[in-house]
Design a protein around this ligand. Structure first.
Ligand code: BTN
Length: 251
């Protein structure tokens, strides 16, 4: 990645102005945590890598992180301006994809961004205590940018920006645009649940919930103010999902 090109394309005041770049890391999450353990960092500090050897996904899954993607972790400091913070990257990326690339992306609960039924991005959040006693929040975001194809097991569930637009895209520009939108939304101190609702196709739909290997069709009713998902089970009973449930949209 050309870090100078990122810097030139950035429109932000804070986000991405402190950029820790490495061609190859185990995981930008581990790297961010290791640095934050040693010293506090300004909000908007970003760790980015071309390649991760042990990219981390949610629920202990591996995150495939070959060279064509954007793999980054961004630091937030308390008090957090917007809640739930975990919704922020998905919302920001949907706007970037729609506004800059003409790609009709949407969010899938809790933190995925889809194009059609395929995943273009996922994110996860972790906290880290800094030496000054403050807690930093790190959002890790993976964006599939220039992959021409995906290998099993994700070949039929993943998509890249390149596959969506039909051409190679600049990862530097994509990063700068994403950080610009992240800062704009975050500084707007917006109600992220309301913003999320506006960018999803899930509300009212029947989706398949997968829990402990069991599949069940549920109807998505709404989100709680905390960002939990309210669903109706086949017997009509309402249930609030907090996390750790895989949902599959039905075609
Ligand atoms: C998911 O499972 O959907 C979340 C994926 C998060 C991947 C990103 S890539 C950058 C950062 N570093 C990691 O090891 N994981 C996150």
């Amino acid at each position: 990645m050309n870090v100078e090109a990122v810097d030139q394309a950035l429109t932000t005041r804070r986000f991405g102005r402190r950029l820790f770049y490495q061609a190859r890391v185990d995981s930008t999450m581990r790297r961010a945590a290791a640095v934050l353990q040693q010293k506090a960092l300004p909000e908007g500090a970003v760790f980015v890598a071309d390649e991760q050897s042990r990219g981390r996904g949610t629920a202990g899954r591996v995150w495939h992180s070959e060279r064509e993607g954007l793999w980054l972790s961004c630091v937030f400091q308390e008090p957090l301006r917007a809640q739930p913070l975990s919704f922020l990257p998905g919302i920001a990326l949907v706007d970037v994809l729609r506004e800059h690339y003409g790609v009709d992306a949407h969010v899938k609960w809790p933190n995925d961004v889809l194009v059609g039924n395929r995943k273009i991005s996922g994110s996860l959040g972790e906290s880290q205590r800094q030496p000054d006693g403050r807690t930093a929040w790190v959002l890790g975001v993976g964006i599939n940018v220039n992959q021409a194809a995906f290998a099993p097991p994700i070949h039929d569930v993943a998509v890249s920006l390149r596959l969506a637009t039909g051409q190679m895209e600049s990862r530097e520009l994509c990063l700068a645009r994403f950080l610009g939108k992240l800062e704009e939304l975050y500084d707007g101190a917006t109600d992220l649940v309301a913003e999320w609702r506006r960018r999803t196709q899930m509300l009212g739909r029947t989706v398949t919930a997968i829990r402990a290997g069991q599949e069940q069709d549920v109807q998505v009713l709404d989100l709680t103010p905390e960002g939990h998902l309210v669903v109706a089970l086949p017997n009509g009973v309402r249930e609030t999902l907090v996390a750790a449930v895989d949902l599959r949209l039905r075609v």
